[in-house]
Design a protein around this ligand. Structure first.
Ligand code: MCA
Ligand code: AMP
Length: 504
């Protein structure tokens, strides 16, 4: 049997074609990359990693991190990438839940994470920021450059990505070989990728967008990428003449527009700008087109489903919409409670079905059942409408979720931590307009009588418990939270009252 994802992404690539280039000009070919993943897969096996095991990684973006991802797949294990912003307290939950055989972390986190790894039964190794050093970096380069990929079929697990939930407890979305392979093939074709393409890769590689949408699509097409450790608008503009595609979150585009150097001339070699992970404002779409001559292609997806819809490559890219269902994906809008399909034009719950839809949540069969209908449609939690021409418009969220700079923040998770701050009686967390991140996290706190707390002390208290991007940008104190007759906090009133809290 074959290894579905490896065969899809890496088979039959021209030996000397460049797969990845760093900003300093260093390059790696497809052949060198395949050899590196073989060496690393041998190292995984030597550490006892077996097909079906999990390999977790909280590491900086480097070629070594990319090698670890594909070596894990070659060895038949499931890759579990973790945001570098997560604190040890957050990591403890993920590795305790996923029980990886191996956890690779940054050298500077080793002492904090070693006891957590031991408690979860995971071996711990380190990889440094340049992707070569650290105990894993050394092991990964020592083995033989040949490796027969472990046999893995369509339904075998390729990755687990944690997404937070409305209850405040994160869920591990289980993605199969078929989920990832089918989406990569579909996107490469739909967005007309070819071996000539050079992707500007400035996204983090621990979430679906940067890891699967960007990297898998490039690999399927035999294309190349310029691989940057982080997003920096001026650097991207300087590199644009050498590239053909950019994928980014809306904050990338607003920050690019803030740079006077962005113009049609620097973008002359580019053929495609893709946006996703959060809503792209119509005004950003228009301003970008006016400045560069390029209509940004907006698409829509989720961790649980990879990509679902996309504006067309040829044809009108309608601002404010996320386009059509991808060729092998079905979408429908339903009445949220009953699941009955609604006619075109009506607003309801967006549901999706296709080879992209995940297997379920890791060790959470009840949550899986609650979000998948019997006929296989996944309930996205996004409220949408399909217009007369079939374009899907996301009009809101049926879930209490904030998307800040493309990162999801579930208010409940933040509220649990704010409520635990000494002196806090209760709290409500909402998202308000933010000029850079789209939405910013704001906490409204009811202090206990005579409590000695202020904005700084609340945020300080959260710093060891929550990733920086989840921490409130502002904290406000009130005597009581507004509640409706049922006792439910009226977050719409808070969003309205604090709408200017993050204004420039
Ligand atoms: C950084 N900060 C943030 C964020 N990023 N705060 C809120 N939201 C954020 N997204 C904090 C920093 O810790 C810092 O705090 C302060 O804000 C300023 O940071 P700055 O240097 O400006 O940030 P940056 O390093 O330039 O990062 C901004 C960014 C980054 C480039 C927009 O957040 C990013 O790469 N976002 C992409 C997220 C992504 O890949 N999402 C895809 C998820 P202080 O200075 O106070 O310490 S996958 C997905 O959603 C689905 C499947 C899909 O459809 O794609
Ligand atoms: P995540 O759970 O991190 O995968 O985030 C998925 C969520 O991001 C979706 O359920 C949407 O709410 C949101 N999302 C992704 N792409 C878009 C988009 N183009 N427009 C609006 N929302 C989006």
């Amino acid at each position: 049997m074959a290894n579905v994802l490896i065969d899809t992404l890496l088979a039959d690539k021209p030996r000397d074609k460049v797969i990845v280039e760093l900003a300093d000009g260093a390059q790696l070919t497809y052949h060198q990359f395949a050899a590196a993943t073989a060496r690393a897969a041998n190292a995984l096996v030597s550490l006892g990693v077996q097909p079906g095991d999990r390999v977790a990684a909280q590491v900086d973006k480097s070629i070594g991190a990319l090698v670890l991802y594909l070596a894990t797949i070659r060895a038949g294990a499931a890759f579990l990438p973790l945001n570098t912003a997560y604190t040890p307290a957050e990591i403890e939950y993920f590795i305790g839940d996923a029980e990886p055989a191996l956890f690779v972390c940054r050298p500077q986190s080793e002492s904090a994470l070693r006891p957590l790894a031991a408690a979860a039964g995971a071996r711990l190794h380190t990889l440094d920021a340049d992707g070569r050093g650290g105990s894993w970096g050394e092991l990964a380069q020592a083995g033989a450059a040949e490796f027969d990929a472990a046999a893995r079929g369509d339904d075998d697990l390729a990755a687990i990505l944690y997404t937070s939930g409305t209850t405040g407890r994160s869920k591990g979305a289980m993605l199969s070989h078929r989920n990832l392979a089918s989406n990569a093939l579909t996107l490469a074709q739909y967005w007309q990728f070819s071996a000539e393409d050079v992707l500007l890769h400035a996204l983090p590689i621990f979430h679906t967008h940067g890891l699967f949408v960007a990297i898998n699509t490039v690999l399927v097409a035999g294309a190349s990428m310029i691989y940057l450790p982080r997003f920096e608008a001026r650097e991207l503009i300087a590199l644009m003449p050498r590239a053909s595609v950019l994928m980014g979150v809306p904050t990338f585009y607003t920050r690019l527009l803030d740079e006077p150097a962005l113009n049609a001339e620097v973008a002359r070699n580019m053929r495609l700008f893709v946006s996703g992970s959060a809503p792209l404002l119509v005004e950003t779409h228009r301003a970008f087109e006016a400045r560069t001559g390029h209509a940004i292609l907006e698409r829509y997806g989720m961790t649980e489903t990879c990509m679902n819809t996309s504006n067309p490559y040829d044809g009108e890219r309608r601002a404010g919409t996320v386009g059509f269902a991808l060729p092998d994906v079905e979408v429908r809008v339903s009445e949220p409670e009953s699941g009955a399909q609604l006619p075109h034009g009506e607003v309801g719950m967006l549901e999706v079905r296709g080879p992209n839809v995940f297997k379920g949540y890791w060790r959470m069969p009840d949550k899986t059942r609650a979000e998948l209908r019997e006929d296989g449609f996944f309930i996205t939690g996004d409220l949408a409408q399909i217009d007369e021409r079939g374009y899907v418009i996301i009009v809101g969220r049926g879930k209490d979720l904030i998307i800040s700079g493309g990162y999801n923040v579930y208010p409940k998770e933040v509220e649990i931590q704010v409520d635990a701050v000494p002196g806090v009686l209760e709290s409500a967390v909402v998202g308000v307009p933010h000029p850079d991140f789209g939405e910013g996290v704001v906490a409204v706190v009811v202090p206990e009588p005579d409590a000695q707390i202020d904005e700084t002390s609340v945020i300080e208290h959260l710093s060891e418990r929550l990733a920086r991007y989840k921490q409130p940008k502002r904290v406000f104190f009130v005597d009581a939270l507004p509640r409706n007759a049922m006792g439910k906090v009226q977050k719409n009133l808070l969003r309205d009252e604090y709408k200017d809290a993050c204004a420039r």
